[in-house]
Design a protein around this ligand. Structure first.
Ligand code: SAM
Length: 446
């Protein structure tokens, strides 16, 4: 672990988050801009870098994804909630008539899941839980035109669908129950999520982000996947098709999390963040458009674009849907000639970043360099060279090409490694640096 002097705030579990090198980024920016101008965090993601830098500089946070905007707005344009409001709000989430009817509606599936998890924990029967993970999605059930088996799971799904109709619960008010229940969360947890979403939707507009961001944090903690991203729901079988004997445990550890309780803690954390020093700006736009409208106080751009062909939008699609509160079409794939819903039930229209596409990345970088330099701004660019000892995808652009492109637009282009920084900071006599630490670099351009 790299020692950091400051306490960090991690809103969500995030791939490639810069949490472990916040001081390094801050000091590298300070070295080229001692006047402490504004910083544009051009690919804000989880918001950790923006939040850290906001203690000493005004921030413009930019990301194409709505969930990033929700988190950034909550932490960079913080609105304080008084304790009476928080208590009433939490009470309504848990005890309103709406919440009550949601739980009654989904009860058949909630009970069936609790029973199936217990059977799997006891190792007396794994099939029921396996089926929930493989075919327990209500939206997939609704979209499939195949003849449905008359098994317990399907009967319970049908009963819940009937209840939704009878109880007049709209599609949007049962969004997470129908899209994510059984697959990413327990049915009970999705009732809790939808109860909270309902209250956020009727809350005063100015409080929406500070109420929604803690829900995103809660969901990120509770999601029942490998690695806490939303790309791969748990695979209940091994590659021979046999149900894993550890299924009960793997499922129960996340599904037992009480969303109301976790949300209360997160809400408290957000609400107790220290007061802001500056007026920050949050843009939910493409990097290119953001660079055209940067406020005058910005002097440095910090850029941490994606570097592999993995689009971030796939890893965080659940956060995006919850933030947009829409009813997306689900993407499909063709498997052995048959069109199927994507296993992760991804949104059909997900952002495809040019930075993740080999043929488009060089142009996207060159455009970024050109715009930043033509505005007389300095740039600190994060890069982590490919480590083939890890299970990551190769980078779409090599550092050499990146540097040569940067040199077309900036007089000075320096490469600094986080490993060397930590090494000198700690005055450490250890000779061997962890490869992952030397791998992370900053390319400083001015
Ligand atoms: C590597 S992540 C940033 C991580 C961030 N530094 C952190 O610590 O959480 C890259 C981010 O770039 C965003 N992104 C990708 N293409 C973009 C584009 N064309 N315009 C704006 N944001 C984009 C993604 O949504 C993702 O959040």
């Amino acid at each position: 672990m790299i020692e950091e002097k400051t306490k960090v705030f991690r809103p969500i579990h995030y791939l490639g988050s810069k949490l472990r090198m916040l001081d390094f980024i801050e000091e590298s920016i300070n070295e080229i801009d001692s006047e402490k101008g504004g910083v544009c965090d051009l690919f804000t993601g989880s918001g950790s870098v923006s939040f850290h830098l906001s203690k000493s500089r005004p921030i413009v946070s930019v990301d194409i994804q709505k969930y990033s905007k929700v988190i950034s707005s909550a932490i960079l344009q913080k609105k304080h909630l008084d304790s009476q409001f928080v208590n009433d709000f939490l009470n309504n989430c848990k005890n309103s008539a709406h919440s009550d009817i949601l739980f009654k509606t989904v009860k058949p599936l909630i009970e069936y899941e609790v029973f199936s998890i217990q059977k799997a924990l006891d190792k007396t029967c794994l099939e029921g839980l396996c089926e929930i993970l493989e075919s327990g999605s209500i939206i997939a059930f609704q979209l499939s035109n195949k003849t449905k088996q008359k098994n317990k799971l399907n009967k319970n799904i049908e009963e819940v669908l009937e209840n939704l109709k009878t109880n007049n619960i709209s599609e949007i008010d049962s969004l997470s129950i129908r899209y994510f229940g059984g697959i990413y969360f327990s049915y009970m947890q999705t009732c809790q999520i939808d109860s909270i979403l309902y209250q956020i939707n009727i809350a005063p507009k100015e409080f929406k982000n500070i109420l929604l961001a803690p829900l995103l944090s809660t969901i990120s903690d509770a999601v029942n996947t490998v690695g806490k991203q939303f790309a791969q729901p748990i695979r209940p079988r091994n590659n021979k098709g046999i149900i894993k004997s550890t299924l009960g445990k793997a499922t129960h550890k996340d599904r037992k999390i009480d969303i109301f309780e976790s949300y209360r803690k997160w809400l408290d954390k957000y609400n107790s963040l220290e007061e802001l020093k500056y007026n920050n700006v949050v843009y939910n736009v493409d990097y290119n458009d953001a660079l055209d409208k940067l406020p005058k106080n910005v002097t440095v751009v910090y850029a941490d674009p994606p570097y592999t062909r993995d689009h971030y939008s796939r890893f965080y699609h659940v956060l995006e849907t919850i933030s947009l509160r829409d009813l997306p079409k689900i993407s499909t794939m063709v498997l052995k000639g048959e069109t199927k819903l994507s296993r992760g039930l991804y949104r059909e229209e997900r952002h495809q970043s040019p930075f993740c596409i080999r043929s488009q990345a060089p142009k996207a970088f060159e455009n970024m360099f050109q715009k930043i330099s033509s505005r007389g701004l300095k740039l600190v660019l994060s890069y982590s060279p490919y480590d083939d000892t890890k299970e990551t995808h190769p980078r779409v652009i090599k550092m050499k090409l990146l540097i040569s492109l940067a040199k077309k637009y900036f007089e000075t282009v320096e490469v600094k490694s986080v490993g060397e920084f930590t090494h000198s900071k700690l005055n450490n006599s250890a000779k061997h640096l962890d490869a992952s630490k030397t791998a992370e670099v900053l390319i400083v351009c001015y």
